[in-house]
Design a protein around this ligand. Sequence first.
Ligand code: DPP
Ligand code: ZN
Length: 864
Amino acid sequence: TAPRFLADYRPADFTINTVNLTIHLDDTCSQVVSELTLERKGDNQQALQLNGEHLTLVSLVLDNQALSKEQYQINDTLLIIPASSLPDRSHFTLIITTEINPQENTALEGLFKSGDAFCTQCEAEGFRRISYYLDRPDVMATFTTKVIADKSLYPYLLSNGNKVASGELSNNKHFVTWHDPFPKPCYLFALVAGDFDLLEDSFTTASGREVALEIFVDKGNLVKAEHAMTSLQKSMAWDEETFGLEYDLDIYMIVAVDFFNMGAMENKGLNVFNSKFVLADSHCATDSDYFNIEAVIAHEYFHNWTGNRVTCRDWFQLSLKEGLTVFRDQQFSAQMHSSAVTRIQNVRLLRSQQFAEDAGPMAHPIRPEKVLEMNNFYTLTVYEKGSEVIRMLHTLIGVDKFRQGMDLYFSRFDGMAVTCDDFINAMSDASGKDLAQFKLWYSQSGTPVVKAQEMFDSQTNIYTLTLRQQSPITKNQQNPQALHIPVKVELISENNDEPSQSELLELTQTEQSWQFNGFTSKPTLAMLADFSAPVKLIFDQDNTSLLTIMKQADNSFCRWDAGQKLLMSYLHQLTFDIDYTVPTELINAINDMLNSGGDRAFIAEQLSLPSFDEAASLMIDIDPIALTNAITTLAIFIARGTQQQLLTSYKACQQDDLKENAVANRALKNVCLAYLSLLPEYQYLVTQQYQQATNNDDILQENMTDSLAALTCSSKNNLDDLNEQLEHFENKWQQTTLVMDKWFALNASVVSEDVFAQLDKLLEHPQFSLKNPNRARSLISAFAMNNPKYFHCQTGRGYQFLANQIAKLNEINPQVASRLITPLIQYKSFAPAHQKLMKAELVKLQALTNLSNDLKEKLDAALN
Ligand code: DPP
Ligand code: ZN
């Protein structure tokens, strides 16, 4: 297959107006009858080329006439009906009958089995595995879907839209027919059949329409769907209040399945979810699980407008719906919870993962220009950086103009498939802001670097700030232009009678200066308030200034970020010299934080060291072992120095545990525990907490957040109780799939040489299977991402382990394989000895026979 280019986009020669599907479900041979009404656009004489993969064609009927084999051609990816076989009329019908094998579909694209249920995943290009079709998002049709299956095995037969007919058939079969009145691209098609428990509720929209809400889960899991239901109702209310957007069908269904490549999918009226983003109760789910469920439910719900009502013209425009919808779900979460902590967590994800992607071989603009396998572009760049770009726009034009821009966007484009430019133009027209330069964010890749330089003239009392920007120069980006970057700054005054000043600066040139008056002595600069732009900041600030910002900045993000910079500077020193003596001012600062009496969730973030990935994204030629040692050394230094206060805070949080703000209490408590568990004299606390949270006479006291936090301490420090705890946990939870995923991840994160033997054993565990993406990730990804010390060990064994699993997954599920390869293709940021070992594994993978496009695209980029 050849790559596709944004520049080559052409509208389709044909469109499809209606689709009538009849699907007879069968494990190994499902039959799909697809009746299309087609329309030739203009007077072109082109052949009709329909996409199709892994299909067995049974028959083709054009305007009631069966086509003979001579009248069409077929290959691995296309069905071609030449112009000579097509009628002269512009409108005609085609009935395509195909057969597929859902049971063998381990790629989980198209129609597949998840346990006993049938389900589909059609984004990006999965519908072509169900039937021959114009599988592109700018072809929008009205779907009617009749699903036929065994009545006892599949009592629920679901598809998009409204149920319009149902009935009994012979041989214990039944059918249900669904009609979706909204024309849609086929990537939003969905079908589910199975036996479920059903949680029902409703939502009354602002205009008074009653919407039935239905969540389908595996039998026995009904109570675990309640949080998802509440989250859905909150999301629906929020979108009405914030953007005036109401839901548009009479029914909204969510189905939770265990086998799913992604997090969830926004199919019109019938979302299919990875069960991990639906099921929760306090025993089996952590606080972050709860948070993520709410966020993903919101995300998929928000897609109903940003994605479904207005969709993408082509897949290069993916960020049109994803960046915008991530921004919307982040705003929602910030409003439902602490906006400061939510923002910090967004930034942590961006800096730890997206910055690395943007610096690696797969770097691409948020609107990519060249794609071999579309599934490779559901990336942190398109999603998270895409959201940052929308956020910058929001910052530049303000909340009211942003809303007007959204209104204009919907009034112009409802029901259409459009581009990122269309969106920006609507924003520009509504706000009156010139966004021509801003659009460069859509076409340039790499994380821009912004350098700050300050000068205070004590003669004139003028403070001058100079900013310089530079986007990375790479093979695919020889001549990057200056971007339009919103830089929010705060100048913190030293003198009580001179107020601090906050400003939004618009950096549009390569170099630009601003002057400030009103200070008689040099103020302290806090840069990038709220992280106003996704850039790397280079600004040498001494520790005194950082400590001032930590204490005095008005902006909570700046206070947190200054602390992280301070910590990062010590980590840097320690990676070069493990005997470096960290100044005790850090101990005072941390004691101050613990004593501050502020929001405990925020303090927990302040206390959390930069992760391995966050630190790595700010370094070059990383020696991963030196970095993991530096992190541990710094953590022990902090633990030793602040142990009294840590213990006091730990106990205070424990006491308040079941009261209000339980989530914030647990967050701080468990950060304290993580530090204390580094010191042998406090390790009894881990044992105690594990017992209380996991093995309590009073079951109501049990709590997964605390249980997992204790286990994580045990596994990170390889504590004596670890094996006993893991065994106990396994016995307790062996029936609960999602908790067993946590157990596999814990095992893979044990910081000990023994982890390799353990990994080999776990691959043979009766509950391990590479066919289940969650399970595969819980072992393999957890090892590669959470266990840097052994993943990067000098023998190369960690790299080998990952590559071996990727090779197996290449045959089973290319999408999952391709995601797991991320840490290996970023080899160039590591020191030469590691680079060599990592590269050797990539070379081996490149030589695989049957290499999927997914892996090929990444390997070629990494090794060229
Ligand atoms: N469109 C889906 C989502 O992001 C893909 N997983 O919600
Ligand atoms: Zn999405």
